[in-house]
Design a protein around this ligand. Structure first.
Ligand code: PLP
Length: 375
């Protein structure tokens, strides 16, 4: 039963809708018992950050008593130079999660609707609900966002559309032409948020993370992160490339020092180490098809992915289901990601790990598919 917010005798009650939010459950990182865990549950790069980023981070240790540069200017300038963007239109945040939230704070309220897709990143739903706005889910086709289905859900109350491209946890993407068609079909007052958390991994000629669309329009924002390929998840650094008016809006409502000094320094140094990024891309491009092929050979199809993870589909045969595979892998101290909350109870999401980690998963799943309830 919802708390009555006008009853002055009761304890403070959250705004309507807040208690309907199912808390985000991150990928497991600890297992009972001793020993190392092969953690492939949160899409971090197995190669870790650039050593230059670690050095820059440590170099800030002597300056912890001072507030950081609240505008994160050096980071915005480095990003601008790297991607050919105007630093004045870049806003940095404590992870891209913060920026997704700030966009919702600025543009969503009770009575408004915001669209995301069937297997879309769950932070969108939480962010929308936190504003007392209404989440609207557009069905996907083959685990891929469907532009027509999204456009069919636009109403006069629609204010935002969140799309991860590529999407987590499916790994699928929409080509630039489809994103343009999506944008062209949205009314001008609907803000299209293109979340490019995995953009650096995508090597397809028909893919664009969205910067050109942001540059040319007033209603598109692209968010990016240092948490994935840059290996700085713990530092919480994200950024958004925005139309001028939206950057101005976000700068009014963000915390005045929302990105820490060590984060700014590590982010700048990461951008300077292109070789490290290319190594991470090459590692991923080598493993994605190999892993998909080997899994297919043991009876586990995967959704075609352009990111650094695979959605692995398990049979519904007792003994071989996704929850049973998950438990079996835990027994071998391997952690993948359950994706039930994403409407995918028969799948597990596996982040591409090191050579040894990937081999360990293949060994374990080969044994699982052979042993468990053998056919
Ligand atoms: C991991 C991820 C993010 C990144 O979140 P941060 O707050 O920057 O760590 C954003 N969007 C998607 C789809 C992700 O998978």
């Amino acid at each position: 039963m919802a708390a009555d917010r006008t009853d002055t005798r009761t304890a403070p009650a959250p705004r309507p809708g807040i208690l309907d939010i199912a808390p985000y459950v991150p990928g497991t990182s600890v297992l009972p018992g001793a020993g190392p865990v092969v953690k492939l549950s949160s899409n971090e790069t197995p190669l870790g950050p650039s050593p230059k980023a670690v050095e820059a981070y440590l170099g800030e240790a002597a300056r912890l008593a001072r507030y950081p540069d609240g505008s994160a200017r050096s980071l915005r300038e480095a990003l601008g130079a790297e991607h050919g963007l105007d630093p004045a239109r870049i806003v940095c945040g404590a992870g891209s999660d913060e920026l997704l939230n700030l966009l919702a704070v600025a543009y969503l309220g009770p009575g408004d609707e915001a669209i995301y897709t069937e297997h879309g990143f769950l932070v969108y739903k939480i962010t929308i609900q936190a504003r007392g706005a209404t989440p609207v889910v557009a069905p996907e086709t083959n685990h891929t966002a469907d532009v027509d289905a999204i456009l069919a859900r636009v109403t006069p109350r629609t204010r935002m559309m969140f799309l991860a491209n590529p999407n987590n946890p499916t790994g699928t993407y929409l080509p630039a032409a489809e994103i343009e068609r999506l944008h062209a079909g949205l009314p001008g007052h609907v803000l299209l948020v293109l979340d490019g958390a995995y953009a650096e991994y995508v090597r397809r000629d028909d893919y664009e993370a969205g910067a050109a669309l942001v540059s040319a329009n007033d209603n598109v924002v692209m968010t990016r992160t240092f948490s994935k390929i840059y290996g700085l998840a713990s530092l919480r650094i994200g950024w958004a490339y925005c139309p001028e008016a939206i950057a101005d809006t976000l700068n009014r409502i963000r915390g005045p020092f929302n990105v820490t000094g060590p984060s700014i320094a590590a982010g700048v140094a990461s951008i300077g180490d292109r070789a490290h990024l290319e190594t991470a891309v090459a590692h991923n491009l080598a493993w994605l098809p190999r892993m998909a092929q080997r899994l297919a050979e043991i009876g586990l199809p995967t959704t075609p992915s352009v990111a650094n993870f695979l959605l692995v589909h398990f049979p519904q045969t007792p003994g071989k289901t996704a929850p049973e595979a998950d438990a079996y892998l835990h027994g071998r101290r391997i952690v993948l990601r359950r994706v039930d909350e994403y409407g995918l109870p028969d799948a597990l999401r596996m982040t591409i790990g090191t050579d040894a980690e990937n081999a360990a998963v293949l060994d374990a799943l080969t044994a699982f598919m052979g042993d468990a309830g053998a056919v």
